[in-house]
Ligand binder design. Structure first.
Ligand SMILES: [Zn+2]
Length: 113
């Protein structure tokens, strides 16, 4: 189960951060999840809620921000949201879009007490 190991990684980061900041509890964990990261938000939240019990993150809420798939043209340098897996540049019609975001999955911020 892919999401379970991701949730464990997120919890590790959050607990580590809380420890370093002498926090009593973790209130919120903000995540950036790319549209193309392959992460299932519901199942990630479910996994996180399951493993957070009894830790400083017991009451922590997972807040997900989805980022679209974006590419930059290798020829004219323009940036676009990629729709329908169309990787050809809509501007110059000659370049190929290189993916610059949309595959990431990372902790963006943490709110602790
Ligand atoms: Zn172009």
């Amino acid at each position: 189960m892919h999401e379970m190991s991701l949730a464990e990684g997120i919890l590790d980061i959050a607990l580590d951060y809380a420890k370093k900041n002498n926090a009593k509890k973790i209130n919120r964990v903000g995540l950036v999840v790319g549209k193309m990261s392959g992460v299932e938000p519901e199942s990630l939240t479910f996994s996180f809620d399951m493993i957070k019990k009894g830790t400083l993150a017991d009451e922590a809420e997972l807040v997900l921000r989805r980022t679209p798939l974006r590419g930059r043209c290798t020829k004219c340098g323009k940036e676009f949201d990629i729709d329908n897996y169309d990787f050809w540049c809509p501007e110059c019609k000659d370049g190929v879009l290189k993916i610059i975001s949309g595959r990431e999955m990372q902790v963006e911020y943490l709110e602790v007490d």
